[in-house]
Design a protein around this ligand. Sequence first.
Ligand code: SF4
Length: 322
Amino acid sequence: MGSQDIQYVFGPVPSRRLGRSLGVDLVPFKTCSHDCVYCQLGRTTRRTIERSEYAPTETVIEQLRAALSGEDRPDSVTLAGSGEPTLHIRLGEVIGAIKSMTDVPVTILTNGSLLDEAEARKACALADRVVPSLDAGSEAAFQRVNRPAEGLTLARHVEGLEAFRREFRGQLWLEIMLVADANDSDDEIDAMRRLAERIGPDRIQLNTVIRPPADAEARAVDPERMAEISKRFGARAEVIADYQAKHFTATTRRRREEVLAALQRRPCTLSDVAAGLGIHRNEAIKFVTQLLKDGLIVRVRRGEQEYYQSPEHDGGDGAQGG
Ligand code: SF4
């Protein structure tokens, strides 16, 4: 497959926070500096902190131009995708190109691990909204939850976020992903709150394991505890509510029906769903998560693989996510 055939731009897909989000995927699948236990994409296959041109920048820009020239105006152009977007060394050029094409806000969803590098900060500062992660208040929890690449420490992570806050004029939304019994103890929360105060984000968004995680042990924190934790973080904090169905357009509704119909025919992995419908894997994840939540499909593990299927299919021990 040539780089022209690879889909670097996908959607718009419905996003809980961003509305209709046009996704831009700048790194190959699961190329990331972290290997989070809660990752919806599965285990990291290439764990690295090396910045490089992971996607052909000119092709990405061409695909963006095509996507943004239609009438389907998204609410956000979002750099996220299959791994850590700040690993792409020409990130700043991609954002500059988007800015020359549209006034739709640019958002970066990042784990924040490279923000201790001046060049990565400079590129991210071109965006309108940057959403980095902080999932730990102690080094032990950082290693346990994020399983970072060698050399990355919580101290380095927080220093990068603080430096970025000093330089960035846009919206900084700190995302904290809470995993039951891994980083949700009172001590851990208090330590994270102190770190968040140092960083000074505009918003603190508390999330938990809603989508099928990389590590089957990673479990969601219940809603009551999430609300209690949110209070501890103060007025800037919110629990990210579930994506509201009102954002679904006729196209996304139809796509969801297609995913459901495919899974009613036979059990599929996420890659099967994406390939079968010609959609990006991240898009497939969104629909599969919704269907799991609505109880219309179940998740079944067979050997190393996870399949999604209708509850009526025989065999397997249906484990429903979300
Ligand atoms: S959740 Fe994000 S940062 Fe963590 S492993 Fe997955 S892609 Fe990387």
